[in-house]
Design a protein around this ligand. Structure first.
Ligand code: OGA
Ligand code: NI
Length: 366
């Protein structure tokens, strides 16, 4: 398989360049099948939020520090319910400085507005995906999403190479390092709560991810340029996140993320200074599907570009991930075959985003 991952199957086209060229119609490569197109309800204008039907749960993490035990318990229970019923929630008062969040979004927005030749220095390949990219998947002639991105490794430390991170704006590397450190701390806290809520030792997920030395973390910064025909395409096709857990910092003033709820797509309304957290496939496997990674996608619009920072918190690449023994019973046998995260993520890197087809493929034969 690695042979076909050495280079992109065709020349890379930057979506931002397409968008800025002023085209009125998007190339066929970006036109989705009718069934996959976003369905804009009564409005597609950004000034109106009337298409927002519902929102994912919002949790105030400060309540975990309350002196009132019932408030602490209630908050832990809200997280438990959000994981079981939604697989997605937003958190506020999470301890990460709002200034750092704004700076992180700011430097990345600046990066994407650098001249093309500056960004091109960091052009990626499908070997590691690190760097500036415009596609996920290597299938020749495959449909593409309306976005560019930058992907980098933060943990484990041997994989971190800040020379592969943008050199401009000049504060970029420093801010990424600081942001990564805070994001890791928050993810660690959340995995402890998830472990407790699953009835496991509080360090269970941390240990299974490989502990301080082996756990992985990477950042994917998504750039969704304005799109002249937003009803025909997607910024990011439906997928579940392959890793452990995702900490998403969305743009505050432009919605775009949609979360699957049965047959409906819920457009998430971002709360200022909140992070969006979602369960990835590895926690679905470890929890033996008590928690599920939920499908999500991104819609684009003709009025405003959008930037989001997806911080993926993952098991170390070589660790075998399988359902927790404690959660496997006669009534609820192990649903998934053991796999390492490195093996697992080769699928999305080859095929691109494909809903939940991958985690389904791990189902153990009965
Ligand atoms: C992702 C993702 C959502 C967004 O990068 O995996 O789902 O809002 N991003 O950009
Ligand atoms: Ni995602």
């Amino acid at each position: 398989m690695s042979n076909c991952l050495q280079s992109w199957p065709e020349p890379i086209v930057r979506v931002q360049g397409l968008s800025e060229s002023g085209i009125r119609e998007i190339p066929d490569r970006y036109v989705k099948r009718p069934a996959d197109r976003p369905c804009f309800k009564e409005t597609t204008t950004l000034s109106s939020s009337s298409h927002v039907l519902d929102n994912i749960p919002l949790i105030n993490l400060e309540n975990l520090k309350s002196s009132d035990e019932s408030i602490r318990d209630e908050t832990i229970e809200l997280i438990s319910k959000a994981c079981r019923e939604w697989g997605f929630f937003q958190v506020v008062n999470h301890g990460v400085s709002h200034e750092l969040m704004a700076n992180a979004r700011g430097v990345w927005r600046e990066f994407f507005h650098l001249p093309p030749e500056e960004k091109q220095k960091f052009a990626n390949s499908p070997v590691t995906y690190e760097g500036y990219g415009s596609r996920l998947g290597v299938e020749k002639g495959g449909k593409l999403d309306w976005s560019d991105y930058f992907f980098l490794h933060y943990l484990p430390e041997p994989l971190r190479d800040d020379k592969k991170w943008p050199s401009l704006p000049i504060t970029c590397r420093k801010i990424i390092a600081e942001y990564g450190q805070e994001a890791v701390k928050l993810c660690r806290k959340i995995t402890n709560i998830l472990s407790i809520n699953l009835g496991l030792n509080e360090n269970y997920l941390h240990t299974k991810f490989g502990g301080d030395n082996e756990r992985g973390a990477c950042l994917r910064v998504n750039f969704y340029p304005k799109c002249p025909q937003p009803d025909l395409t997607l910024g990011l096709s439906s997928h579940s996140d392959p890793g452990g857990m995702t900490l998403l910092l969305p743009d505050t003033d432009v919605p775009g993320l949609q979360v699957r709820r049965g047959d409906e797509w819920i457009t998430v309304k971002p709360v200022p200074n909140a992070f969006i957290i979602n369960i990835g496939d590895q926690i679905q496997v470890l929890s033996n599907a008590i928690y599920k990674s939920i499908e999500h996608r991104v819609i684009v619009n003709s009025g405003k570009e959008r930037v989001s920072l997806a911080f993926f918190y993952n098991p170390g690449g070589d660790i075998l991930i399988k359902p927790a023994d404690e959660l496997v019973t006669e009534d609820q046998p192990a649903l998934y075959l053991p796999t390492t995260f490195n093996e697992y993520r080769a699928f999305i890197r080859t095929n691109g985003p494909r809903g939940k087809s991958q985690v389904e493929s791990l189902k153990s034969p009965r």
